[in-house]
Write a protein of this length. Structure first.
Length: 438
């Protein structure tokens, strides 16, 4: 897996991702503690609101950013957005009111909504080979897991000697380091797509996404991942601090175990995906998360929840979470032409976070109003609905090439090469507006 780091451009991008995510992980821990200081036992509702604001920014801004990502210099865009995020992070230690937290989080996440899809769409251009790209996806998943392991560990050590507000300074440092690494390499930019109207450009990625069966299935699995993930991210602070009565360091270690499960899965996936298709691996990961949520609900209902049990559940959810999310880039890569990838990655970013827009506030509200058992069971049911949707819309047989007939094009059209019925790698574009049909 690590041999792809010999590519200098990818190595710098990967390191940029790592340092930015470590900084983001510090902010995640600090935000939970800030919310607990400002709202006490109502911290879950506050964090639910914070994450909802984050999702609103992602869903609203990502498609617009993706529509115009091929019109600007990628490196300049990524560096500028990193610096904006660093500046916002430096403001967070000085907040004293909840509304200030909400405003700053919106600014931070609006920048991330433009940064992340552009960054993700760059990797397939840097590593066009499928096998190398698969390993890059696993490394990328590991980088995200560093946010859930290294960041909480580092946070636990720092919290022993300093205030949690200092963690926000580490977040800013991570974004600045990311900007320096990105500016140190030249990034490929795809040829600009033909000029289209604003509506066409901003909705193109979503239209490709929803017209492709495997991506509609991915949307259902995104719902499953967001349901389990919201339980972890929103309610860990209440389960650890209020229900179990543990200290701040215990919260950091609890989040770290979730990341450990995700990392274990990410390390195993490259070889697993060499032998199995994406669909069964991702479905198995989603089912694993549902089983873990139900097991936790049964434990809390019996009033037997312990820290050890919570750690075990979070570990298993981390395993399933990574199994669902890591292969998603492979599905996106094979479902669009290179020029459409920024828009398609932006669509995945927006639609997946639309799922989080539902599950984040739902998770916090259920925990606050009805307690842990109801929250676990409701989110398990929602994840199960996502799995059912994926099974319904994503066929088990999902070849790259489809034989199809073009009655909508003249026989001398260059695409046909004299044959109305032909077979090739099938993606939604100007000549293929519906799946398997002209």
């Amino acid at each position: 897996m690590l041999e792809i780091l010999t590519d200098r451009t990818y190595r710098h991008l990967f390191l940029a991702q790592v340092v930015a995510l470590v900084g983001t992980g510090l902010a995640t821990v600090a935000l939970g503690l800030l919310a607990f200081d400002l709202a006490g036992d109502g911290a879950a509702a506050v964090l639910g609101t914070v994450f909802t604001i984050k999702m609103i920014a992602y869903v609203g801004i990502a498609p617009v950013a993706g529509a115009f990502a091929d019109r600007v210099n990628r490196r300049a865009l990524l560096v500028t957005l990193d610096l904006i995020r660093g500046g916002v992070a430096l403001c967070l230690p000085f907040v004293t009111e909840l509304w200030q937290v909400y405003v700053l989080i919106f600014l931070l996440q609006a920048s991330s909504a433009a940064f992340t899809p552009t960054f993700q769409a760059t990797i397939p251009d840097v590593l066009p080979d499928q096998a190398r790209y698969t390993r890059a996806l696993s490394l990328s998943r590991l980088a995200y897991d560093l946010e859930n392991i290294v960041s909480p560990t580092l946070a636990a050590l720092l919290l022993a000697v300093m205030s949690y507000n200092t963690l926000f300074v580490g977040t800013a440092a991570g974004f600045v380091a990311s900007a320096l690494l990105v500016v140190s390499v030249l990034l490929p930019s795809p040829k600009p797509s033909p000029r289209r109207g604003i509506y066409d450009r901003t909705t193109r990625g979503i239209r490709i996404y929803l017209a492709t069966p495997r991506l509609r299935g991915l949307l259902g699995l995104n719902l499953a991942a967001s349901s389990a993930g919201a339980m972890v991210l929103v309610n860990s602070v209440v389960l650890v601090r209020a229900n179990l009565g543990l200290d701040e360091s215990a919260l950091a270690w609890t989040m770290g175990v979730f990341g450990l499960g995700s990392m274990i899965a990410a390390l195993a996936l490259p070889k697993l995906l060499d032998r199995l298709d994406d669909r069964p691996v991702m479905l198995a990961g989603a089912v694993t998360m549902v089983v873990a949520l139900i097991a936790a609900a049964l434990t809390t209902n019996a009033a037997a929840l312990s820290w050890l049990m919570l750690l075990a559940v979070w570990l298993v959810i981390g395993l399933g979470y990574s199994a669902v999310l890591t292969p998603s880039g492979r599905l996106l890569r094979r479902s669009a032409h290179a020029a459409d990838r920024p828009a398609l990655f932006a669509a995945q970013f927006a639609l997946s976070h639309a799922c989080w827009l539902v599950t984040y506030p739902l998770s916090g509200w259920l925990m606050t109003a009805y307690g842990a058992t109801t929250a676990f069971l409701t989110l398990a049911a929602l994840a199960g609905a996502g799995i059912a949707l994926a099974l319904r819309v994503w066929p088990a047989e999902d070849p790259d090439e489809l034989e199809h007939t073009h009655d909508n094009l003249p026989l001398d059209h260059p695409h046909l090469q004299g044959h109305r019925t032909h077979s090739h790698g099938y993606v939604i574009d100007e000549h293929h507006r519906h799946w398997g049909a002209p």
